[in-house]
Design a protein around this ligand. Structure first.
Ligand code: BGC
Ligand code: NOJ
Length: 798
C-alpha cells in the first residue's frame, strides 16, 4: 500500500514525503482575519476577511493540471530549473518533504547539492504571509544560483475575476519599489486596500506582467524569464498583474542564504490613501515588511504563533493506549475545528470561496468544536449569527463574513435552522458559564432598532418550530432540514433551477421531518435545562410550555414516526412515508436514527436500541455508516437533490461523516461502547489504512466518503470544512472519553471499550485545570466534579 506521508506527533506535523499525492493535501494559515490555503506543492491562495470579496491571489479551481497557482519559488542552478515544492516545474528532486503544522507549512526541496527550505506562515497580528526562504549549498564548491518568486494577483472579487474579462483585462495597476511590488487595481476608485509582495533586500530584477514573465504561451512550469536567467522588469497595465522578484546569489560551500518575503494586505483610511496624486501610501506595507523582515523578527513571530497553538491545544490533552486516538484528540481534530470555525463552508479545495459564506446551521454547529479553545470568539459569532434571524424566528440560511449580512440569493426557509441557535448557545454557556450572553441585545436581519435579547431570539427560535407542525404533529421541513438535498417542496424538471431555493408547490404542503423532530426534542430539553438555571430566572410557566411542547413531540414521533424497526425519515408533500420499509428504495435513513436516538425518544420502550441496531444492520459498511439505503437509483422529482447524486455519493448513500457522530452519540447514550467505538474508528482518518484509496488528506475528517454502493467505496471528498469536525470532537471528548461540560462543573461519564484500560485527560475548564486519570474497571457510571477555579488532580474509577 503506497504511503505518501506520516504523522510526526511530537512536533504536531503531518509529513508528506512524495509530492505527487493523490489529490492536493492542503493546510490553512491564519487565525485572525488573514487566511491562506497552502497545498503540499505551495499551491493555493490567500484572502483577507472574505474569500469572495477580498481575494488576494488568483486561483483556478478545477485547473489542469490540478492545483495550479500559488506562491512559487523557482531556482535556476546551472541548466536546471526546479521548485522546492516540486510543482509547477515538476523537475525530479533529490529530496522533498512538506510538513504541515499548526498554522504553518514547511516545504523542503533538495537537488544537486542545493537545499531550499521555505517556511510559510501567517503571523499573529499581521495581515500577511511570511515566507522564509533558506538556500543552502550542501556541496563542496561555490554555487552561483538564481531565485525567482512568483504570485499572480486576483482582482479582489474572486467571482468577477473569473467572469468579467472585458473590464478586468483593462483595470490592472501596479507600482514597483526596490524591494516591494504593489498590486493596486481599483485603488484609484472605491477601494481602500492594496496588496504587496516584498522581500527583505533589494531585488536584481522583477516582473509584474504575467505574460512578460511566463511568455504568452507558457504555463507556470516553463516561465521564459526563469529559463533565460532574466527578468523582464515589466510594469503591468491591465492584462494580468503578477509579482516576481529575482535574486542572483553566490553561495559558498556549506553556506546558507536566507531571504524573507512578506505577502501582505493593507487598508488605508480615506484621507491617507495616497502619498502623492496617483501614488499609493506605502508606509503600512513598508512597516509590515519591516516587522517580519529579519531572521530574528521572523523567528519571534513564528515562536509567537507556535505559542498561540500550544496554549490552545493544551486545553484538552489526552494520554491513552491508542496513538491514533491521541493524535486525533490532541492535534488534528481540534485544529480542524478551528479551521472550520474560521472558514465555515467558504474556502477549501472543494468550496470555491465564492459560493457559500457562513452557514446559519453550519456555524452554530462549528461552535461545539471551539468553545473550549476560543470562547470570546464563539461569543461574538453567536451574536453575529443571531443578527441574521428574522422577527418570525426564521433566519437567513447563510451570511457573508465581510458584511455579516444575510445572503438574499438563498434566503431562509430551512426548517431546522432556528434550533441550531439553541444548540450553539447552550454549548457556549455550558463551557464558559457566561450567562450574560443571554442578555445581549441583538437585532433582527441586522436592522437597527429591532434589538431583542439573545434569550428572546432563542424563544422565538423554539416557537418557530413548535408552531409550524404538519398533519402528524411533526415539524414542517420547509426547503430542507439538515439534509439540504431532501427537497420535499421542490418539484423540479428544470436543470437550470436550484434545488435549494425552488419551492414551486408549497400550498397545502404537509412535508414533515423526523430529523427536525429529534432535534427539537433534544434541543428543547437542553433549552428547558438552560431556562431552569438560577442565573436565567425564566418564568416557570414558560419552562413548562417548553417541556410540554417537547413531550407532545415525543408522543407524535412515537405515534407517527416509528416504522417498526427504525425511525421514519419524513413525510413527503403528499403525506407519504419516506425512510420506511414500505418504500422501494431508501428504506432507512441515518439522520432520524441519530437525532431521535440522541433525544432518547421511546428509549424506555426500546425504540432507540432497535433504531441503532437497524443503523448498524442496514447502513454500516467498511468505511462508516451510509446516509440512506438502498440509495436512490434514479431521479425522483418528489424528493429533489438527494436523488440527483449517483448511488453511494454525497447525500445519496454516501458516508456523510457529519451524521455518523449522531449515531455514535446515541450509541454512547445507550451505553453501547463497542458499537460507538467501532463507528468512530471507521470515519476517523487516523485509523484509515490506505492513503491512496482515501485520496484526500489523511489528517482531517471528510464531509463525505464514498459509500458501499459507490463505484469507489472508501474514496474521500470534501475534506476540511465540514460539521464532522465539531461533531466528532463533541463525540470523542464528551461521549467516548466522557468529559461533559455542565453548567456547574464537569461530568465524567465515559463510554469507551474496556480494553483501552485507563487514560489521562488534562482539561482546562473556565478558570480550572483538571488532571484526570480515568480507570475503566467495568463498573461504569459517572463522576461529578463541581466547578472550582484552580488545579485539581483526580483519579476516577468507573
Ligand atoms: C450538497 C450539500 C450542500 C448543499 C449546499 C448540495 O449540492 O450536496 O451537501 O449542503 O449543496 O447548498
Ligand atoms: C453540507 C452543508 O454545509 C450542511 O449545512 C448540510 O447540513 C449538509 N451538507 C447536508 O446536506
Amino acid at each position: 500500500m503506497k504511503q505518501y506521508g506520516y504523522f510526526d506527533d511530537d512536533v504536531r506535523e503531518f509529513v508528506i514525503t512524495d509530492p505527487a499525492t493523490p489529490w492536493p493535501w492542503i493546510n490553512y494559515l491564519g487565525c485572525e482575519d488573514f487566511f491562506s490555503l497552502v497545498s503540499n506543492t505551495a499551491g493555493g491562495y490567500c484572502f483577507c476577511k472574505d474569500a469572495k470579496f477580498r481575494r488576494i491571489l488568483r486561483y483556478r479551481y478545477n485547473g489542469v493540471p490540478m492545483d495550479s497557482g500559488g506562491r512559487y519559488y523557482y531556482i535556476k542552478d546551472g541548466d536546471s530549473v526546479w521548485n522546492p515544492g516540486w510543482k509547477p516545474c515538476k523537475t525530479p528532486l533529490d529530496r522533498y518533504e512538506c510538513r504541515h503544522g499548526m498554522g504553518y507549512t514547511r516545504i523542503i526541496g533538495e537537488k544537486d547539492g542545493l537545499r531550499c527550505e521555505v517556511l510559510f506562515f501567517v503571523p499573529k497580528g499581521g495581515r500577511c504571509e511570511v515566507h522564509r526562504v533558506r538556500l543552502t549549498n550542501t556541496g563542496a564548491a561555490v554555487k552561483r544560483v538564481q531565485l525567482w518568486s512568483f504570485v499572480e494577483w486576483c482582482l479582489w472579487n474572486a467571482s468577477t475575476d473569473m467572469e468579467n474579462f472585458q473590464r478586468n483585462l483593462s483595470t490592472g495597476e501596479v507600482e514597483v519599489g526596490d524591494r516591494i511590488l504593489y498590486h493596486k487595481t481599483e485603488y484609484r476608485e472605491r477601494r481602500d486596500h492594496y496588496a504587496f509582495f516584498g522581500a527583505n533586500r533589494p531585488f536584481d530584477g522583477f516582473d509584474t506582467d504575467r505574460e512578460s514573465f511566463l511568455g504568452p504561451y507558457n504555463g507556470f512550469d516553463t516561465p521564459q524569464q526563469v529559463f533565460a536567467g532574466t527578468s523582464g522588469n515589466s510594469v503591468a497595465h491591465g492584462w494580468s498583474p503578477v509579482a516576481s522578484h529575482r535574486f542572483d546569489l553566490t553561495l559558498e560551500a556549506g553556506k546558507s542564504e536566507e531571504l524573507i518575503f512578506v505577502l501582505g494586505y493593507v487598508e488605508n483610511p480615506p484621507e491617507a490613501k495616497f502619498s502623492a496624486p496617483g501614488i499609493i501610501n506605502k508606509a503600512p506595507a513598508e512597516e509590515l515588511l519591516e516587522a517580519f523582515g529579519t531572521p530574528a523578527k521572523a523567528d519571534a513571530a513564528f515562536a509567537a504563533l507556535k505559542g498561540y497553538w500550544d496554549g490552545l491545544l493544551c486545553r484538552f490533552q489526552l494520554e491513552s493506549a491508542v496513538p491514533e486516538l491521541d493524535r486525533t484528540v490532541n492535534i488534528w481534530n481540534q485544529y480542524q475545528c478551528m479551521v472550520t470555525f474560521f472558514m465555515s463552508r467558504s474556502a477549501s479545495y472543494f468550496e470555491s470561496g465564492i459560493g457559500r459564506g457562513m452557514g446559519f446551521r453550519d456555524s452554530n454547529q462549528d461552535l461545539a468544536g471551539i468553545v473550549h479553545l476560543i470562547p470570546d470568539r464563539a461569543r461574538q459569532r453567536i451574536l453575529d449569527i443571531a443578527a441574521t434571524q428574522f422577527p418570525d424566528g426564521g433566519c437567513y440560511h447563510q451570511y457573508q463574513p465581510l458584511t455579516k449580512r444575510g445572503n438574499h440569493d438563498i434566503g431562509g426557509g430551512f426548517g431546522d435552522d432556528p434550533l441550531w441557535l439553541i444548540f450553539g448557545t447552550v454549548a457556549y454557556i455550558k463551557e464558559t458559564g457566561d450567562f450574560s450572553i443571554l442578555e445581549e441585545k441583538v437585532p433582527f436581519d441586522n436592522q437597527p432598532g429591532t434589538e431583542k435579547t439573545l434569550l428572546e431570539h432563542l424563544k422565538i427560535s423554539f416557537a418557530r418550530v413548535a408552531d409550524n407542525l404538519g398533519p402528524h404533529g411533526l415539524p414542517l421541513i420547509g426547503r430542507a432540514d439538515w439534509n439540504d438535498c431532501l427537497n420535499l417542496n421542490c418539484f423540479s424538471d428544470n436543470p437550470d433551477e436550484s434545488f435549494q431555493t425552488t419551492e414551486n408547490k408549497t400550498e397545502g404542503s404537509r412535508a414533515e421531518s423526523l430529523m427536525i423532530a429529534g432535534l427539537f426534542v433534544a434541543e428543547g430539553k437542553d433549552f428547558a435545562e438552560l431556562l431552569s438555571q438560577p442565573a436565567v430566572s425564566a418564568d416557570p410557566a414558560y419552562v413548562d410550555e417548553v417541556r410540554e411542547a417537547v413531550s407532545r413531540m415525543e408522543t407524535a414521533v412515537k405515534q407517527h414516526g416509528w416504522d417498526g424497526e427504525w425511525f421514519l425519515r419524513a413525510y413527503d408533500y403528499y403525506g407519504r412515508k419516506i425512510g420506511s420499509s414500505e418504500n422501494a428504495e431508501s428504506k432507512i435513513f441515518i439522520e432520524s436514527q441519530g437525532w431521535c436516538g440522541m433525544a432518547r425518544i421511546g428509549a424506555d420502550e426500546g425504540l432507540c436500541g432497535k433504531a441503532l441496531d437497524a443503523a448498524s444492520k442496514y447502513l454500516e459498511c467498511e468505511y462508516g455508516l451510509v446516509l440512506n439505503a438502498p440509495a436512490f437509483s434514479s431521479y425522483i422529482k418528489d424528493y429533489g437533490e438527494i436523488s440527483s447524486y449517483p448511488q453511494g455519493y454525497k447525500e445519496n448513500g454516501g458516508i456523510f461523516c457529519h451524521n455518523n457522530p449522531w449515531v455514535i452519540i446515541a450509541e454512547a447514550m445507550a451505553g453501547r461502547a463497542d458499537d460507538a467505538w467501532r463507528h468512530y474508528c471507521k470515519i476517523s482518518p487516523a485509523f484509515a489504512k490506505d492513503q491512496s484509496l482515501r485520496k484526500v488528506e489523511p489528517y482531517v475528517f471528510c464531509q463525505m466518503v464514498a459509500g458501499a454502493e459507490a463505484a469507489h467505496p472508501g474514496e474521500g471528498k470534501n475534506s476540511w470544512l465540514t460539521g464532522t469536525a465539531a461533531w466528532t470532537w463533541k463525540t470523542v471528548s464528551e461521549f467516548i472519553l466522557g468529559i461533559k461540560p455542565q453548567y456547574d462543573g464537569l461530568l465524567v461519564e465515559p463510554c469507551i471499550p474496556q480494553h483501552i484500560g485507563s487514560y489521562r485527560v488534562r482539561r482546562r475548564f473556565r478558570e480550572a485545570e483538571y488532571d484526570l486519570t480515568i480507570r475503566l474497571t467495568g463498573k461504569g457510571g459517572s463522576f461529578r466534579i463541581p466547578y472550582r477555579p484552580g488545579f485539581q488532580a483526580l483519579e476516577i474509577e468507573l
